[in-house]
Design a protein. Structure first.
Length: 277
């Protein structure tokens, strides 16, 4: 069997992703071991997913967020590389093989990612092995060197949503690990479509709350309280006035700014990112 099947295991984190996860996995060789961490207690989902060869589904019982769920899945993986992909990503074996070949050439690699596109197909440019070292990458596709990255948890569990991958990149770079982008590889990413469409409005509210919470927490963690307040206080005041204005004229926008204000306030007060819908 090709060595790649021993050196890479695939990890994806799901929540209400029944409508898209099968499409995500359909173009991936079943010789790859796959770990799916579902942020719920949905046993029907687990039973359906595990019908796929070499696929294990872990239920978290409740929605722990991306980072905490990733950490649970990563602890079940012993391969050299973890290939993470969002359930709203369309990828094929060629992409995985090419990223694997690039990763093997990079000394002290922490994470290798690629470009996203809104086209209906993934693509490879002519200079297939080109890559750049960067400060951070988006988390929709990450080939993580599971051997080099000597940290107990990949993600900070305090983040429920947003900025957790940038936090990880900063921590790995502080350990002299390289964060790289495969500049010649593009994959289709249906950004924001990893959950069932019927939950879109609720998820938008949740995303706004957690983005503001994470924005202050991230900046405070890495740059100190003073800079974190400087970056976020204007957004805090803006959200406060907008929630008052939109209360009278637009209920949807009122709810968005109410939760943006609430998320930032909770972060200021050092409360956990506990908001769920």
């Amino acid at each position: 069997m090709n060595k790649i099947y021993q050196e890479i295991e695939i990890l994806t984190i799901t929540f209400k992703s029944d409508h898209i996860i099968e499409d995500c996995l359909s173009n991936i060789d079943e010789n790859f071991k796959v770990v799916v961490v579902e942020n719920s207690d949905n046993k029907n989902f687990k039973n359906k997913i595990e019908k796929r060869k070499n696929t294990k589904c872990i239920l978290t019982s409740s929605n722990l967020g991306f980072g905490a769920a990733f950490n649970i899945g990563a602890k079940k993986i012993n391969s050299k590389y973890i290939f993470h992909l969002n359930p709203d990503v369309m990828i094929n074996n060629e992409i995985i093989f090419k990223m694997y070949e690039i990763a093997k050439k990079i000394k002290n690699l922490g994470i290798l990612s690629c470009n996203e596109t809104n086209r209906n197909t993934h693509s490879l440019s002519q200079n297939i092995f080109d890559y750049n070292e960067v400060d951070n990458v988006k988390g929709f596709v990450m080939l993580i060197n599971n051997t080099n990255c000597k940290i107990s948890n990949y993600f900070d569990d305090n983040f429920f949503l947003y900025l957790e991958e940038i936090d990880l990149c900063k921590r790995l770079k502080n350990l002299n690990m390289k964060i790289c982008l495969a500049t010649s590889i593009f994959v289709k990413h249906f950004a924001g479509k990893s959950h069932n469409p019927e939950f879109s409005e609720k998820m938008e509210i949740q995303r706004n709350w957690h983005y503001m919470w994470s924005l202050f927490y991230f900046n405070k963690k890495h740059y100190g309280s003073l800079k974190a307040y400087r970056i976020t206080f204007g957004k805090f005041i803006s959200a406060f006035f907008k929630l008052i204005i939109y209360y009278f004229i637009n209920k949807k926008k009122y709810l968005i700014y109410k939760h943006r204000f609430s998320g930032l306030l909770n972060s200021y007060l050092k409360k956990k990112s506990s908001f769920r819908i």
